[in-house]
Unconditional design. Structure first.
Length: 328
């Protein structure tokens, strides 16, 4: 998924300490389409930029495609990250410059590793009357951020207990292990709880965790989390306590990981380590799509075309005139 804001902020991101559960409220961002499908963004924001290597959380729907036009995101670039697509309802067609062509469907993970540079598009299909899901980004650590781009698909089998169900799409949780490759220790899972269920899961004390509430008023470590809010838990816990009140089923997405321990710069769809890197990534993309010509510059080879994509590529927004203050 693209960050389609026309004036995205340049954000220098680093982990920030927190004493107890911290509730992060979402902000609304128009994604695109003829009438701009809205998404709710809880990461990054001023109070927190990272949860482990997780650096971007978009939550959308249930969205009536006939009303909003659905998801129409033309070919656009990424660097230095992995995109994690996870649907509750609907269907999205994915194409990327590695030649991958796949459908994003409920309960199935599509993970795209941008590495040194990739381009992709996402368009909801005619079969998708309702779109509902999350789009997440993982920042690649410095040692692997220039890796070759790739695409992976995985459909995890559900793990069930008394009144609960989990689908672990990344990492290790509740006895389920995802085979999908990541570049730092992380976990990601969809959780379903029946009304009145109290679930305890083993936690890695090295991890910080986030719980995104989709439906129902979930409690996380005793703290109430309203739908669309993201609750943050700092490292140090050995147990995760998640509960659904009587009369209300809950769906939530759990993310977590070891603190990245690195400072990153995010702007638009790029992750780098400096302002200068991001400027170069933007220049490479603009040259690739023919939107800008830089006399004397070497030919841009970072990005390649998305095969058989009928949509024109998305130009990059204009960079800010000056550096913005770092955020954590």
């Amino acid at each position: 998924m693209s960050n389609v804001e026309t004036a995205p902020l340049e954000v220098e991101c680093a982990s920030a300490p927190a004493a107890d559960v911290e509730i992060l409220a979402p902000r609304d961002v128009p994604l695109g389409g003829p009438r701009a499908m809205p998404v709710r963004r809880t990461l990054p924001q001023r109070s927190r930029s990272l949860i482990g290597a997780w650096c971007f959380v978009d939550h959308y729907g249930p969205d009536a495609v006939a009303r909003t036009g659905g998801m129409v995101v033309p070919p656009h670039p990424h660097t230095g990250l992995q995109t994690v697509s996870w649907l509750f309802t609907g269907e999205i067609e994915h194409r990327d410059s590695t030649g991958a062509h796949a459908m994003v469907r409920p309960g199935e993970l599509n993970l795209m590793t941008a590495g040194r540079g990739i381009a992709h598009s996402e368009v909801s299909t005619p079969q998708a009357a309702v779109l509902h899901g999350v789009q997440l980004w993982l920042a690649l650590p410095d040692a692997s951020r220039h890796t070759e781009p790739r695409f992976e698909h995985y459909a995890p089998q559900p793990v069930r207990g008394a009144g609960w169900e989990a689908r672990v799409f990344l990492g290790d949780l509740a006895g389920s292990v995802s085979p999908v490759r990541t570049h730092s220790p992380v976990v990601g899972a969809e959780l379903l709880l029946e009304p009145g269920t109290e679930l305890e899961l083993d936690a890695d004390p090295r991890f910080e965790y986030g719980l995104l509430a989709d439906s129902g008023a979930v409690h996380f470590q005793g703290a109430a989390v309203a739908p669309a809010e993201l609750a943050y838990l700092p490292p140090g816990s050995h147990t995760l306590r998640i509960s659904a009140p009587a009369g209300t089923p809950v769906r939530a997405v759990l993310i977590g990981g070891e603190p990245l321990g690195e400072t990153i710069v995010m702007w638009w769809n790029f992750i780098g380590r400096s302002h200068e890197e991001v400027v170069q990534y933007r220049r490479d993309w603009q040259q690739h799509i023919g939107a800008e010509i830089h006399p004397g510059a070497a030919p841009a080879v970072r990005f390649t075309a998305v095969p058989d994509d009928p949509l024109p590529p998305l130009p990059a927004p204009v960079l800010p005139n000056a550096r913005l203050r770092p955020r954590s």
